[in-house]
Design a protein around this ligand. Sequence first.
Ligand code: 0O2
Length: 210
Amino acid sequence: MKNWDQFLTPYKQAIEELKIKLKGMRGQFEQEHVHSPIEFVTGRVKPISSILEKAYIKKIPIENIASEIQDIAGLRMMCQFVDDIDTVVQMLRKRNDFQIVEERNYIFHRKPSGYRSYHVVIEYPVQTIHGEKKVLAEIQIRTLAMNFWATVEHSLNYKYQGQFPEEIQARLLGAAEAAFQLDEEMSQIREEIQEAQAYFSKSKKSDNKR
Ligand code: 0O2
């Protein structure tokens, strides 16, 4: 029997610190009045029941949970455009406050479910009163359209436990394709959108000066 509180403490600390750091990246773009490739950032520690369920399904012994379940600490970085994902990944690769241990590109290789997202697994050093403790964390980088699809599919998955009725399955695949098309369309009119956003951000700044 694990002492879960003690086990999860460094993960909670990692999430709090990483949320501040990754949100800070967005803040810096805003300050410079240039398009931010990051729209918003979220983070969570996986609930104990989900950790145990994943360990059971993947036949992971309890003592290997920390090394084999990579998303106990999970962060999401949402982007407006597909190209922004690459910019964000490159920025993550340049950071020296964590080590990237694995990258999974489910945008280039969409999952059979229709899921698209870019996953970066990092090893993050948490400073504790007993010294440094390295924990794994998974950063999922995706567009708003990919996130919308994944969020809805995730809720349905919970309801149907992965056993979707045929009609729902077909609709989800159709919706994944529609999300893909939406991303394509937005990329096409990206410059127009960005000009409008830059105009809006500058006029907001001059309003604030008044
Ligand atoms: P949560 O926190 O409820 O989202 P596996 O579980 O074997 O597919 P593995 O090896 O852990 O995956 O790595 P993977 O697939 O890179 O990362 C798993 C996480 O990616 C999932 O976490 C989801 O967040 C997301 N994900 C992967 N595939 C899908 C999918 O088909 N649909 C949706 N909605 N999300 C997906 P969990 O464990 O589900 O936890």
